[in-house]
Design a protein around this ligand. Structure first.
Ligand SMILES: NC(=O)c1ccc[n+]([C@@H]2O[C@H](COP(=O)([O-])OP(=O)(O)OC[C@H]3O[C@@H](n4cnc5c(N)ncnc54)[C@H](OP(=O)(O)O)[C@@H]3O)[C@@H](O)[C@H]2O)c1
Length: 332
């Protein structure tokens, strides 16, 4: 007997894996909608194309929740083809899920659709709750990202599914010790002596520990009155200068080369990404989650780093144990 079926559209990536493992450990049945046949350790995979209705829609019948994480990574150069894919993968997947939910005999009880904390206006001033201003700023080079986020949310708002509760997840950067993700990148830069202030260092970074991310998603699934827009972010955004200092302390590096804006531009070009991901000031707080009774296990970046560093030690000692395991006898 499981706790219920949860469908993760686009659930084969970083957040799908983090959330899928979390829910699987809590006895949910996980179905991942993916564009490729892939082995999913935390559930089963159902093929879809993210654009057209098909037999995959049957997977939504009777689901406790549908969570849509589908979207081409934004960590790329914003060339026209990438822009098209970033937009279509979010808007078309949301549209076709809306059609599939509308066609269900027993539709999912709740549909959580991802969006991003980047939707809010670049600010060094007061933090944005869910009613914060939504706008792009030339200084932050975020016109396209805000445009995508609006189109993504509009598509979700237009989906007509009266029997399914709907909520938007305006997620901040999720921190976990997964290679290639933001926590590991910042930590590595600090370890290499490159963890100085980036740009003017005053820009805010909004973030959330992976466990609080999973707990907040589960809370939104379980809470029958949770609907509308939610900021999925820890309550204490931190400036880039302060965050980099914490990373330097964590790896025991006394100095960090600062990176001026022009250096960030060159670095972004070499790393095939965009400076917006670093220079935009995202000061976003989870007003609704806090008002409605959700509590964070890791409310400050210090507490999140302490937990992730412990996780890193545990995971490397597990790997060490595997590495030093004596050779198994051969059966040949
Ligand atoms: N990571 C964060 O900290 C963060 C923060 C805020 C918002 N978000 C948003 O949360 C969502 C999930 O993030 P993530 O970090 O897990 O991303 P990810 O690792 O890139 O995974 C996204 C998934 O989307 C699917 N996908 C990619 N292109 C697609 C397309 N053209 N059509 C349909 N599906 C497509 C892929 O699944 P298949 O290849 O299996 O089909 C992929 O596994 C994204 O929309 C992202 O923008 C993430």
């Amino acid at each position: 007997m499981t706790e219920g079926k949860i469908v993760l559209a686009g659930g084969s990536g970083f957040l799908g894996c983090v959330l899928g493992e979390w829910l699987d450990e809590r006895d949910y049945e996980i179905v991942v909608l993916s564009r490729r046949e892939t082995s999913i350790p935390y559930g089963r995979c159902v093929l879809w194309d993210g654009e057209h209705c098909g037999k995959w829609a049957l997977a939504l019948e009777n689901a406790s929740a549908l969570v849509n994480l589908a979207g081409r990574s934004v960590n790329c150069r914003y060339r026209s083809r990438n822009r098209r894919e970033m937009m279509n993968s979010r808007v078309l997947s949301t549209r076709v899920l809306g059609q599939a939910v509308a066609g269900c005999a027993t539709p999912p009880a709740v549909w959580l659709n991802f969006s991003t904390a980047t939707i809010y206006k670049h600010t060094y001033g007061a933090a944005h709750g869910e009613d914060g201003e939504i706008a792009a700023t030339p200084e932050a080079k975020d016109e396209f990202s805000v445009h995508i986020a609006r189109a993504w949310e509009d598509e979700f708002a237009n989906a007509s599914c009266p029997h399914t509760r709907k909520a938007v997840l305006r997620a901040a950067m999720v921190l976990d010790i997964v290679s290639g993700t933001v926590y590991e990148i910042l930590r590595r830069l600090a370890a290499l002596g490159l963890g100085g202030t980036m740009g003017n260092g005053k820009q805010f970074l909004s973030w959330i520990h992976a466990d609080d991310f999973c707990r907040s998603v589960q809370w939104l699934i379980d809470n029958p009155s949770a609907a509308g827009n939610y900021n999925i972010a820890a309550p204490t955004p931190i400036t880039n200068a302060d965050a980099m200092k914490l990373f330097r302390n964590t790896v025991g590096m006394s100095f960090g080369l600062p990176a001026a804006n022009w250096m960030l531009e060159v670095g972004a070009l070499l790393m095939r990404t965009e400076t917006e991901l670093i220079i935009k000031s995202r000061r976003v707080v989870p007003t609704r989650l806090l008002d409605e009774g959700f509590t964070f296990e890791y409310p400050t970046l210090e507490s999140a780093i302490a937990s992730l560093e412990l996780r890193r030690v545990k995971s490397s000692s597990r790997n060490d144990r595997l590495e030093v395991r004596p050779p198994q006898p051969s059966h040949n």
